[in-house]
Ligand binder design. Structure first.
Ligand code: PMP
Length: 404
């Protein structure tokens, strides 16, 4: 059993008031809050070992380099990658996905096919569209049903020898649906296609095992899992990372540069041009340690309780519809109230201290499917409480009365 009050004390921001009310932070899907150990680790880096990495022989540079590589090792262990050099530091999920689509520009041929799903965030749609435009490949889309679940038979039917890449998110940011990615990965592989999983919404809730999943790429952001903004990871299987060309050229990613020919560095440096977010990369390791100390089994169990409770409480409100009613869900609830624009509800409950996200959540195709402009999305973390859910429900009821 988690001691939630003790955990909440780790997060200084949670004791704030907003608009004169205690903050109820339910926008964890957008970014998580940061525990004091993470904030302290960022300060400590700049106070004690700030230097550029992989460059100087001097002591500070060595300390910074060592800390950065220790963090890479932590990520490797956390996601169970086979090698540390399969773990690339990025600025976030968006960066990781673009790195892969850029690489596939030199692999795909006209009429090759790329399969994405209707549940994707724009950052896992637009880069693939750009890739298809560049190469003449064709984008195919897995549809969803009324519960917001992928229609798996439709996915099966889209697969063929033409399929070169399949990409889906592990968990949908807009609806919270957990996708059957193991099935998708295995099935795509049986057609020889590579698979990229967008794990942005999964890593705050679970610990992915990339070897067990057998995915070719797994991208995620640090800021959604208690780490700093501007940090992220792209896991790629060694054979794929060796096959793909570098994403950006610059310092640190080369073996030798002459005007006649440049040779590239070995993994992971081939994909890490320029000075990275050194402090962020190191502190992401601190965030992962923090989450593992709480334990993902505990996190999942507690967040599931929050999800069930919030679903039950919100369902009491007349005229409230929840989107994404599939069975397998993370602690995210997207909803609307009949006849009221989601933005109006969001603005009123913000005045009551409740932070939720309203809008299309960078997933316009899902909103188009349900014929709505957007939803109100409450996304819960392990530091949230049932009392906070009660406050949100009361506030939504007040907003409904004011706006009806
Ligand atoms: N994919 C999903 C499913 C997301 O929820 C997000 C962030 N909302 C992203 C990708 C993009 O992440 P970032 O902005 O950190 O690059």
């Amino acid at each position: 059993m988690l001691d939630i009050q003790k955990i909440r004390a780790d997060f200084p921001i949670l004791s704030q008031t907003v608009n004169g009310k205690p903050l109820v932070y339910f926008d964890n899907g957008a970014t998580s809050q940061k525990p004091q150990v993470v904030i302290d680790a960022e300060v400590k880096y700049y106070q004690e070992i700030n230097a550029n990495i992989h460059r100087g022989v001097h002591t500070l540079s060595q300390l910074a380099t060592d800390a950065y590589e220790v963090s890479r090792g932590k990520v490797k262990e956390h996601i169970n990658a086979k090698f540390a050099h399969e773990v690339l530091f990025t600025s976030g999920t968006t960066h990781g996905i673009n790195l892969v689509t850029n690489g596939f520009a030199s692999i795909l041929k006209p009429d090759d096919e790329v399969i994405v799903s209707s549940l994707e965030h724009h950052s896992n749609i637009v880069p693939w569209q750009m890739l298809c435009e560049k190469t003449g490949a064709v984008l195919k889309v897995i549809p969803i049903n009324e519960n917001g679940e992928l229609i798996i038979e439709a996915f099966d039917a889209l697969l063929s020898e033409k399929t070169k890449v399949v990409t889906v998110n592990h968990i949908s940011n807009a609806l919270g649906i957990i996708n059957p990615i193991k099935y998708i990965i295995d099935k795509a592989h049986s057609f020889g296609a590579a698979v990229l999983i967008d794990g942005a919404q999964a890593v705050p809730h679970l610990k992915p095992d990339v070897q067990e999943l057998d995915c070719d790429f797994y991208a995620f952001s640090g800021h959604k899992m208690c780490g700093p903004t501007g940090t992220g990871i792209l896991y790629g299987k060694e054979e794929w990372l060796n096959k793909l060309p570098p994403y950006q050229g610059g310092g640190e990613m080369i073996k030798e540069v002459t005007f006649e020919k440049t040779t590239y560095a070995d993994l992971p440096h081939k994909f890490e041009a320029g000075t990275p977010n050194i402090a962020g990369g190191i502190v992401l390791g601190t965030a992962i340690d923090y989450l593992n100390n709480i334990g993902f089994d505990n996190i999942q169990e507690y967040e599931h309780e929050l999800l069930e409770y919030a679903t039950k409480r919100l369902s009491e409100i007349e005229g409230l519809r929840i989107y994404g009613t599939g069975k397998n869900k993370a602690s995210v609830i997207s909803f609307n109230i009949d006849g009221i624009h989601p933005y109006d509800v969001g603005s009123i409950i913000d005045k009551l201290g409740i932070a939720v996200r309203t809008g299309h959540h960078c997933a316009q195709p899902i909103m188009n499917f349900f014929c709505i402009p957007g939803t109100i999305r409450a996304s819960f973390s392990f530091y949230n409480t049932k009392e906070e859910i009660d406050q949100m429900v009361d506030s939504v009821k007040k907003a409904q009365i004011m706006l009806s």
